[in-house]
Design a protein around this ligand. Sequence first.
Ligand code: TRP
Length: 334
Amino acid sequence: MENNVQPKKRALSFIQSSGAFTLGNYLGAVKNWNEMQDECECIFGIADLHSITVRQEPAELRKQIYSAAAMLLSVGLDPEKSIIFMQSHVAAHSQLAWILDCYTQFGELSRMTQFKDKSQKHADNVNAGLFTYPVLMAADILIYKPDVVPVGADQKQHLELARDVANRFNGIYGDVFTIPEPYIKNVGAKIMSLQDPEKKMSKSDENENAKILLTDTPDAIMRKFKRAVTDSEARVCIGENKPGINNLIGIYSAITKKTADEITAEFEGKGYGDFKTAVGEAVVEELRPVQEKYNMYISDKAQLEAIYKEGAMKADHLARRTLSKVMKKVGYVL
Ligand code: TRP
């Protein structure tokens, strides 16, 4: 009998561990990951090595890494289906990053917009890690040979660099790396600040009202949505000069799966106040089960540890295989 079963595609993504997760991380990234678990063989990492490109307080960093792990599990990532681990537990990422550093040009890294932004923001600490950050990210990706890499729009340039470096390496040594396809989801891919909707919602924003944290209480969530910046048109529809409303529509759509047109119809004749309340309530309901699970995991570190250690073991196994192949190709003696 003919076997028509296609092997599952492999998907991989990482999330930054610095700071509490925002609604932007959730709707833009991890909620999509959650939905990918059945279609793909998934690998999900916590990018804790990337965190120290900006100075971190050790106790705080540790707390944030735990929190990221608990959060990934709480949003529904399932260690029975997917590999869930911390980047710092798999040494091969750093080893491959060094090798790839030598196949990446200074000029390419200088063009990375995130480097330019971050080196301005942290002008007193423009360290080499901040500069080579995209190469470590390329190593994170290429070492697992994924077919697809779901990322937010802000990481597209880094992913393109990873593809360029992989193509360059393959061009010299033969087909070592799979060239990964970006998977950039449009609806809800970019959740903007509630106070300055031209800017991405960022966990490092100093204005608490600008961001919704996954750990915010229902009261805080409702209050922040009520204060969200909008415009003076008072019609719930997508528009060019309506970044605030566009953002709220994006959020509501990502949760309810309604299209922008359906949302406009739903709020026809109603004011922004009603719409903001509806968005706030949808977010509160969406986050309720997530928060319950999060509290459970964060108070049971042993359970958490068993999961991420198991994940690291599986990831390490895959990563070592690619690293050995790369080393052999380059000419190292194994
Ligand atoms: N740089 C990514 C971000 O800021 C995080 C990241 C690190 C990543 N390594 C990765 C994302 C590999 C995808 C694949 O969001």
